[in-house]
Write a protein that binds this ligand. Structure first.
Ligand code: FAD
Ligand code: SIN
Length: 528
């Protein structure tokens, strides 16, 4: 039996905040198919803790949110993108509330918390520290009101189908079969790539698939050297690398080294509320000085009931590992958290390939520059997911669909790919790759470490021409591609900006305000 073929108006790859918000925009205009490679709840969106930044409180203004975002981005934000996000953000949040999203309140008023590098309390949160679940719940419920939207879960997108630099669909692994899905527009919303690193806050689905498949299809990929490392994840034997929200520091938690000494005031005037890259590097510096694998996050001076009520998920998770956060200092260490770079888009989510849109963490609108301001990501997903959806609607008029001729060509390619045996140990390489990226392309990089990483990655190049049969193997191929892109971009930028820190080039370097870009064939260049 040959592989099956399906045709829809709009194919949305990813069911996190960006994909769902795009689907809502597309639903009234045609048939929409949303793909997720796991269950719908397995996404970074679902795990988001701290909240959503939005200038809605009485003490705040859109222009202050704009300034804070630009400052955190360390000179590399695209101002028009930031402006679109902070100006349109309040409207999208109010709309989300009208769809049933419930954010925590003090009396009848919305409650806003503080996070690092924000100069106002502007972070909305839900159930204390489970904001992502609530955002996802509201979006899924809204999507369900449209009969035009269907969903395939456990449907792994292998590659995009490109004809004359136009994206006309994707090939998808579902169970043991490969399906070819044709669409008038494709929206990539596949999230991030934290799983490239052995220490990460990201769920298992975050393997950089969207960046890799867009790159293979010839899309422009930019700013790949900028990986954000979250300062505080649980570091305890047998415990998961569980995120300890920045909101904890926003509510007064402090960082101490293993000797119990608070250190952040020595590193930055904003102390624990300095930007994420600054806090992360300060922690690394203390770990080196004290020859320790962690530091401590301390909330024990805060009111116990307040802590339990404000961070119920974190409280109960830590308790499972015998850490009572109201009484014990929490051992923490940084971990890979977010990728600022990705598939280059304009403000409407259009990529360099016609018919292909990208939104959310997979995309690089330039909104986060070299370092994302905390809690701007969910907002970005809402704003640019909707924008991409609105723009993709215009493809319906262009009659963008694959021909019968192409369908039969594709069938042959897929059939031969699916039958070749694998000849490498994907699990072993995956594990080695994640450690390599953490050790050599991590928080602090230099020519030597990056070149060592490059050499290892080149050794694994031989398997790139092998066939990839399962989801795990295909993920590995994507992880290798994205690791290459990050490593090459990090070598290319001989200077330190935002989250990209080179111990051999501590200053910004010449013409640092340009962006690194990859077109096909691993060629790098600078773009303005
Ligand atoms: P995701 O939510 O990650 O969704 C990706 C989707 O793509 C999934 O449905 C997945 O199945 C699908 N997918 C991936 N690859 C494929 C494939 N090959 N084929 C088919 N489907 C595929 N940001 C904030 O603003 N505030 C916070 O408080 C916050 N807390 C966070 C806490 C944690 C633990 C983490 C990990 C991140 C946090 N972030 C936070 C960041 C934020 O959650 C993410 O950047 C954002 O949710 C990304 O949304 P997305 O829609 O782009 O991708
Ligand atoms: C957190 O709660 O610390 C995560 C917030 C974010 O990544 O924006």
């Amino acid at each position: 039996m040959g592989p099956s073929i399906k045709t829809v108006d709009f194919l949305v790859i990813g069911g996190g905040v960006a994909g769902l918000r795009a689907a809502i925009e597309l639903a009234p205009k045609g048939s929409v198919l949303v793909l997720t490679k796991d269950t719908i709840s397995e996404s970074s969106t679902g795990y988001a803790q701290g909240g959503i930044a939005v200038a809605l409180s009485d003490e705040d203004e859109v222009c202050i949110h704009f300034e804070d975002t630009i400052k955190a981005g360390d000179g590399l934000c695209r101002e028009d993108a930031v402006r679109a996000m902070v100006e349109e953000g309040p409207g999208y949040i109010l709309e989300l509330i009208s769809w049933g999203a419930e954010f925590d309140r003090e009396g009848s008023r919305l409650s806003f918390t503080m996070e690092a590098a924000h100069t106002r309390r502007r972070i909305l949160h839900s159930h204390g520290d489970s904001t992502g679940k609530e955002v996802e719940r509201a979006l899924i419920n809204k999507v369900r009101t449209y009969s035009s939207v269907s969903r395939y879960d456990f449907a792994f997108t292998l590659d995009l189908i490109i004809q004359d630099n136009r994206c006309i669909g994707a090939t998808v692994l579902r169970g043991d079969s490969v399906i070819t899905i044709f669409a008038k527009a494709v929206i990539l919303a596949t999230g991030g790539a934290g799983q490239l690193y052995s220490r990460t806050t990201n769920p298992m689905i975050s393997t950089g698939d969207g960046i890799a498949i867009a790159y293979r299809a010839g899309a422009l990929v930019v700013d790949m050297e900028f990986i954000q490392f979250h300062p505080t994840t649980l570091y305890s034997r047998g415990a998961p690398q569980f995120l300890l929200s920045e909101a904890m520091r926003g509510e007064g938690a402090v960082l101490k080294n293993i000797h119990g000494k608070r250190f952040m005031p020595e590193y930055h005037e904003m102390a624990e509320l300095a930007s994420r890259d600054t806090v992360t590097r300060a922690i690394v510096s203390e770990m080196v000085k004290t020859k320790s694998k962690h530091v401590y996050l301390d909330l024990t001076h805060l009111d116990k009931d307040f802590v339990k009520n404000r961070f119920p998920q974190i409280y109960s998770t830590c308790l499972q590992y015998d850490i009572d956060i109201t009484e014990d200092m929490i051992p923490v260490c940084p971990a890979a958290h977010y990728i600022m770079g990705g598939v280059s888009t304009n403000l409407d989510g259009e990529t360099s390939i016609e018919g292909l849109f990208a939104a959310g963490e997979v995309a690089c609108t330039g909104v986060h520059g070299a370092n994302r301001l905390a809690s701007n990501s969910l907002l970005e997903g809402l704003v640019f997911g909707a924008r991409a959806g609105k723009k993709a609607v215009s493809c319906i008029r262009k009659g963008n669909t694959g021909s019968t001729e192409l369908e039969s060509d594709k069938r042959e390619i897929i059939a031969s790919d699916a039958s070749s045996p694998a000849s490498f140990d994907a699990e072993k390489i995956r594990s080695s790759l994640r450690q390599l990226m953490w050790k050599k392309v991590g928080i602090i990089r230099c020519e030597k470490s990056l070149t060592a990483a490059r050499n290892w990655l080149r050794k694994w190049d031989v398997i790139m021409n092998t066939s990839f049969n399962t989801r795990r193997e295909s993920e590995l191929r994507n992880m290798l591609t994205v690791s290459h892109l990050i490593t090459e971009a990090a070598l290319f930028r001989k200077g330190s900006v935002g989250a990209h820190y080179r111990s051999d080039y501590k200053s910004r370097g010449e013409r640092w305000e340009r962006h690194t870009a990859f077109v096909n064939a691993m060629a790098q260049e600078w773009i303005d």
